[in-house]
Design a protein around this ligand. Structure first.
Ligand code: FAD
Length: 462
């Protein structure tokens, strides 16, 4: 019987464990995790903070009982500190003290941790990070002590900062979102990001763009003074609570101690079968580099990717030969009544490729205008002017407009290596309340083709 040990009880570790048990129910699977939250959906944290999800327990994809019923031994509050590669032993410290766990195959799924900028007194009451369930418990407990209307700040307007801003506004807090870039959601082109910035302001939050936090210091009475600098000069605001969401970095100490190599963004190098190169040691999820169908290798820490990589590893640890097919960087976020999504590459992100990028923005209705409720979608398409190959797409529009599924059409086309012209030929569904004979995705592809035919030599047609 194979003994498989997974370090990490989140998306990657659990996906690997489930896949191994599914393929061979006789596999002995142990999952070691540092916290008490096996298989929780940390993607759902903002919705527990907002109150949309009533209880913390609802965020569990599966309960501990479900996991044990699936045949796993779950060892929570257990920290893995070293790997003896020659003797195939994992050193852990848990409730019963220090011990070594023997493995036949070891998965490292240690994930990512939040970036902690200098000048911010993390660990002090009122200053919060938001990545783990423990972080979420601390934020929720702190918010419950604050009167409604208290001033709170979110530093960083990526998708997590935006989701948190929405949740804090929903709870009645006077919320300020502080963003270094010119618009929120810097993963989109500024023209589309500005639509999201406007949406956040429309719902009553203050948005400071082009503002960098230079320090957070006590202001007395449990308040914090947040100092920012921007092109408009230096400023400071006073807040009862500050949540810092400025990105993550891979957690790699255990893998490095085992002898694994690090690559892009300091993530663990793995091949497409999730091998680290260290005998019998595999890795998956936010801690590893991401194979990307357009870029080769990059680092894109996302739950969707972690699940797929973990599943691949779980299969291969039992002798399989499955390959992670590669990400195309598909992401989506709901921000109040808007949804913003992207897949593939933006114009400037194509620089490593041998292509002539051309980008065209088109506005198209989500369904026939004569049927009530039609809303415009802003769709940016980037393709290779020379070959016609689709390279990327971005969409912003109202939540009712099926944006995640429309970006998935582009994602599927990218995965298949289709041209922009191929997108126009796709047999997409149509009925007037939901679409048009030419879906908005195809209207945008046609817009791109017209721009390409106009042969703008700079390749920019916006
Ligand atoms: C608020 C929020 C919202 C998100 N929303 C989305 C979304 O909408 N869509 C999306 O695709 N992604 C989203 N993500 C990202 C997604 O949650 C992560 O990509 C995913 O959780 C990564 O899974 P993982 O298993 O690689 O690592 P993690 O979830 O980081 O888990 C790491 C695990 O390793 C354990 N661990 C680490 N070191 C050790 C050690 N030495 N010993 C023992 N255990 C250890 C931890 O306890 C944990 O169990 C979101 C993330 C956050 C924080």
């Amino acid at each position: 019987m194979t003994h498989l040990v997974a370090v990490g009880g989140s998306d990657a570790g659990i996906a690997a464990a489930l896949r191994a048990r599914e393929l061979d129910p006789s596999t002995d699977v142990t999952v070691v995790l540092a916290d008490e939250f096996p298989n929780f959906s940390i993607c759902g944290i903002p919705y527990w903070v907002s109150g949309d999800v009533a209880t913390e327990a609802s965020l569990a994809h599966r309960t501990r009982g479900d996991l044990e019923a699936a045949g796993m031994t779950v060892r929570s509050s257990t920290w893995a500190s070293a790997v003896d590669v020659d003797r195939q032993l994992l050193s852990v410290t848990g409730p019963a003290g220090e011990e070594q766990i023997a493995y036949d195959e070891l998965l490292i799924g240690t994930g990512a941790e939040p970036v902690r900028p200098a000048g911010i007194p993390f660990g002090k009451p009122g200053i919060h990070l938001l990545h783990s369930m423990t972080d979420a418990e601390q934020v929720v407990a702190a918010l419950e002590l604050l009167p409604a209307g208290s001033r709170v700040a979110v530093v960083g307007a990526g998708y997590i900062g935006l989701e948190m801003t929405e949740g804090l506004v929903a709870r009645g807090f006077d919320t300020t979102l502080i963003q270094r870039g010119p618009e929120v959601l810097s993963t989109l082109d500024p023209g589309l990001g500005s639509l999201v910035t406007e949406e956040v302001r429309r719902h009553g939050a203050t948005v400071l763009t082009g503002a960098t936090v230079t320090g957070i210091t006590p202001a007395g009475g449990g308040q914090w003074s947040v100092a920012t600098t921007s092109t408009f000069g230096d400023a400071a605001g006073t807040f009862a609570l500050v949540v810092v969401c400025v990105g993550v970095r891979p957690v790699t100490d255990l893998a490095v101690a085992a002898g694994a190599q690090l690559g892009q963004a300091g993530a663990i190098v793995v091949d497409e079968q999730m091998r680290t190169g260290v005998p019998h040691v595999w890795a998956a999820g936010d801690c590893v580099v991401t194979h990307h169908r357009l870029l080769g290798t990059t680092w894109l820490p996302l739950g969707t990717t972690a699940h797929k990589q973990g599943r691949v590893a779980g299969e291969n640890m039992l002798g399989g030969s499955r390959t992670f097919a590669g990400s195309v960087g598909t992401q989506v976020v709901k921000v109040f009544d808007l949804v913003a999504a992207r897949t593939g590459l933006r114009h400037h992100e194509t620089a490593p490729l041998d292509v002539s990028p051309l980008t065209r923005v088109t506005v198209a209705d989500d369904h026939k205008r004569y049927y009530p409720g039609a809303v415009p979608l802003t769709i940016s398409v980037t393709g290779d002017h020379t070959s016609g190959r689709l390279l990327g797409a971005q969409i912003v529009g109202e939540r009712t407009a099926e944006i995640s599924k429309r970006i998935d059409t582009f994602a599927t086309a990218l995965h298949a290596g289709l041209s922009v012209d191929d997108v126009i030929d796709l047999d997409l569904s149509y009925t007037p309340p939901l679409g048009s004979p030419w879906d908005a995705v195809q209207v945008a592809a046609q817009g791109w083709e017209r721009a390409a035919a106009a042969a703008n030599p700079a390749g920019v047609s916006v």
